[in-house]
Design a protein around this ligand. Structure first.
Ligand SMILES: O=C(O)[C@H](Cc1ccccc1)CC(O)(O)C[N+](=O)[O-]
Ligand SMILES: [Zn+2]
Length: 308
């Protein structure tokens, strides 16, 4: 329909509204934000990418993606809030201005665009992509099991009907292939990878595909500890943190493990609010507080990246 919903940072926005928003925020802040396309989804929707940062040469980069899993709407709301905060506070907030002068944030507001659209149109609890699987009527692959990191060995299913279906092969999905290609093509500048999910209130780092201890475990644990204490300082929201395998569960094919093994040292998965009372159906009344506390953690991690 050509009736456009009005965008709000304190509401969940549908995909058309988000796409109009990303075009506008780039147009209105051309010195700080530019929009490009990461690729197109299975159903042909654009997957947009916002580059957020003061233009400069050979800057470090951090990738921040949201909307991996379709039903995790608070993740999508957070990426919008993050970009708003960047453009609003650049020039007045010292820490943020310093970050944006020296780092580029590559923000993917919604990676799984087909799945997100499907949660608005048909099934609010959808998780996967919307690609057709051969030999079955079951649709979709779990994008967070589809990366080439211990692919389909543990905590993932090889059955297309399951919510953790790993796909027919690593990067079988247009969405995961587009993200992996972008990171591969920019490995020299990408120092951080933050992928935003919900729910559980956790800050996870590699590995989830096994109990192997990452070579940078001690440093990542310290970075996570400091980021969580920043987050908790605002509203006392309790987070746990640690390697994914021991903190949430073993699960292979995750984007964080893949990015880490590809050479992106500071690779983290956020599991935002809550711990199960509302779960994926987090009320809009919690978007602001969740976004504000999470931004403190992102600032903490980004500052560490800049200083190391
Ligand atoms: O199962 C997932 O992909 C994440 C946990 C995770 C996080 C990083 C690597 C592998 C798995 C949990 C979630 O975001 O999907 C929330 N959930 O359990 O539905
Ligand atoms: Zn998720």
């Amino acid at each position: 329909s050509n009736i456009r919903a009005v965008h709000s940072y304190v509401k969940y926005n549908d995909l058309d509204t988000i796409n109009a928003w990303s075009a506008n925020i780039a147009a209105q802040n051309s010195g700080l934000v530019s929009r490009s396309q990461l690729g197109t989804s299975y159903e042909g929707r654009p997957i947009y990418l916002l580059k957020v940062g003061k233009s400069g040469s050979n800057k470090k980069a951090v990738v921040l993606d949201c909307g991996f899993h379709a039903r995790e709407w608070i993740s999508v709301a957070f990426c919008q809030w993050f970009v708003k905060e960047a453009v609003e506070k650049y020039g007045s907030d010292t820490q943020l201005t310093n970050l944006l002068n020296n780092l580029d944030f590559y923000v993917v507001p919604v990676l799984n665009v087909d799945g997100y659209a499907y949660t608005w149109s048909t099934n609010r609890m959808w998780r996967k992509t919307r690609s057709v699987n051969s030999g079955t009527t079951c649709i979709g692959t779990d994008p967070n099991r589809n990366f080439n990191a211990g692919w389909c060995t543990v905590g993932a299913s090889s059955r297309a009907c399951d919510d953790t279906y790993c796909g027919s092969s690593p990067e079988s999905e247009r969405e995961t292939k587009a993200l992996a290609n972008f990171i591969r093509n920019n490995l020299s500048s990408i120092k951080g990878y933050l992928t935003i999910h919900s729910y559980s209130q956790m800050l996870l780092f590699p590995y989830s595909y096994s109990y192997a201890v990452a070579k940078d475990h001690t440093e990542l644990n310290t970075v996570a500890k400091n980021a969580v204490s920043q987050l908790t300082s605002l509203y006392k929201t309790k987070y746990t943190y640690g390697a994914g395998g021991t903190t949430i569960y073993l699960a292979a094919g995750g984007s964080d493990d893949w990015a880490y093994d590809a050479g992106v040292k500071y690779s983290f998965t956020f599991e935002l609010r809550d711990t199960g009372r509302y779960g994926f159906l987090l009320p809009e009344s919690q978007i602001q507080a969740t976004s504000q506390e999470t931004i403190l953690a992102v600032r903490s991690i980004a500052t560490h990246i800049l200083n190391n």
